[in-house]
Design a protein around this ligand. Structure first.
Ligand SMILES: Cc1ncc(COP(=O)(O)O)c(C=O)c1O
Length: 461
């Protein structure tokens, strides 16, 4: 934390507008590493502190309003503070927040997941996506009696040790600090630009328990998958008795009400869910084939004369998360809010792309479902925003955009015009975003690229 890029009007404006956030950051950095609580919230010189959120908007402690595309890291498909979710959580709050017992809402929650998600014959709740990915890999190992998991470079499955290397850094497979070599060795890292090497690997080896990936492509589509990739893996894993796991922590209930698997028409053996699945409160889930989930089941394991897979977790399916989840999933199902957000995001992408075209900015604007991503072309290559195709760039270039100083300036520039995005740079659209937000965001992008051009941050094509 060096106080932020110097000699930048964009950064100076940001600092000038956000003195209360800066003061809170000064307190925070004394007690929180980097003054933050999630690596993705890091911003140099400091990030805003938010006081409240409603629908598509949030307000910082300095009183500024933002159209929000951080979207609770993708959890808030319904928008912030949905009245029905608030009512359900408040009602539950007065009935008790933890019974240490089974309760009806967790049954209803599981029924909704099984109704909506094609692969879900049974479901086990966890407290986060990280825990769900941990459990899914354990289940796959128990089910197959094999140890290895195939993962793809840049695909993120939470922060536990087995999925740490090559997720957000160490793309060469080297060991991130604190991760034991033996645990990292349980993963076989493969490139995701072509399914052929992975299909060959699956044919050759007999020690692979699972293949896990983000069906959006790495980081909710920042690096999209080539056509045919998912079907090729579905076919090869089915042939070889390998458990195919979709990481639907982002895509679940967003790519469609039944996740990416319903949108694609390809059903995995298991999937992991988090974020939207818990209605904006903490929660996650492993869902999939009965025979695999039954590895956690006491009676099924006893009947099969095998040791069961252990799974405790104090806050699994806690009543507050279950109340939010049941309300949110019911709304998502009945009003097809995923489709509504998808339509808005498609219009937003077109409007933002048009700004790049009109302003002559050689960047890419892309994304699937209710997301958008900006490729700010850090290398200054010849690039036409009107015909930008991320697949032509490949992993290294698409990933190079992430969380660098230029991304930080784009974010701060947009914030000065009332828009907050994620560091990718890009963001999540909710079912409460609409035409007003699209117009506001397009204007904010126009002003931001003009400011960036004045600072020579937009390289000539
Ligand atoms: C694709 C994917 N998988 C897993 C996770 C981990 O989920 P959580 O943050 O709930 O542990 C995330 C979180 O961003 C994610 O995007």
């Amino acid at each position: 934390m060096d106080g932020g890029p110097t000699n930048s009007t964009i950064v100076a404006d940001y600092r000038q507008r956000t003195p209360r956030s800066e003061a809170l950051f000064e307190r925070a950095r004394r007690v929180l590493p980097s003054g933050i609580t999630h690596d993705a919230r890091y911003l140099d010189p400091y990030s805003i502190h938010v006081a409240r959120a409603q629908g598509s908007r949030k307000w910082d402690v300095d009183g500024h309003e933002y159209v929000d595309y951080f979207g609770g890291h993708g959890a808030m498909l319904l928008g912030h503070s949905h009245p029905a979710v608030i009512e359900a959580v408040q009602r539950q709050m007065s009935l008790g927040t933890h019974y240490g017992s089974s309760h009806e809402l967790e049954v209803r929650w599981a029924e909704l997941v099984c109704e909506l998600i094609p692969c879900a014959e049974k479901v086990r709740f966890t407290s986060s996506g990280t825990e769900a990915s941990h459990m899914a890999l354990r289940l796959a190992r128990a089910h197959t009696g094999r140890d290895k998991a195939v993962r793809f470079i840049g695909h993120f499955h939470g922060w536990h040790d087995q999925v740490a290397a090559a997720a957000t850094s160490h793309y060469d497979g080297s060991l991130p600090p604190g991760v034991p070599q033996g645990t990292a060795d349980l993963s076989i890292l493969m490139p995701a630009d072509d399914p052929a090497p992975t299909v060959k690997l699956l044919e050759e080896r007999d020690d692979i328990a699972a293949v896990i990936f983000e069906p959006s492509g790495a980081s909710w589509g920042q690096v999209p998958l080539p056509p045919g990739f998912i079907q090729a893996l579905r076919d090869a894993t089915a042939r070889r008795g390998v458990v195919l796991i979709f990481d639907e922590v982002i895509t679940g209930f967003r790519w469609s009400s039944g996740g990416a698997q319903k949108a694609l028409g390809i059903t995995p053996d298991m999937c992991i869910l988090a974020k939207i699945v818990a209605g904006g409160l903490p929660g996650g889930a492993v869902a999939g084939k009965r025979e695999i989930l039954d590895r956690i089941d006491f009676a099924a394991s006893a009947a099969a004369k095998r040791d069961k897979v252990a799974h405790p977790g104090t806050y699994n399916a806690n009543p507050l998360s279950a109340a939010a989840a049941v309300t949110a999933l019911t709304l998502l199902r009945d009003e097809d809010l995923a489709e509504k957000a998808n339509r808005t995001a498609s219009e937003l992408r077109a409007a933002l792309r048009q700004v790049l075209v009109e302003e002559g900015v050689p960047w890419g604007l892309y994304g699937a479902s209710s997301t958008f991503l900006i490729y700010p072309n850090p290398g200054g290559e010849a690039l036409d925003p009107a015909s930008f195709d991320p697949l032509r760039l490949g992993f290294a270039k698409l990933k190079a955009q992430r969380s660098g100083p230029l991304s930080g300036k784009i974010r701060m520039g947009l914030m000065s015009h009332g828009v907050d995005i994620m560091g990718a740079p890009g963001g999540f659209v909710s079912a409460t975003h609409g035409t007003a937000e699209i117009d506001h965001t397009a204007e904010a992008l126009r002003r931001t690229v003009r400011a960036l051009r004045a600072e020579r941050e937009i390289k000539a094509a």
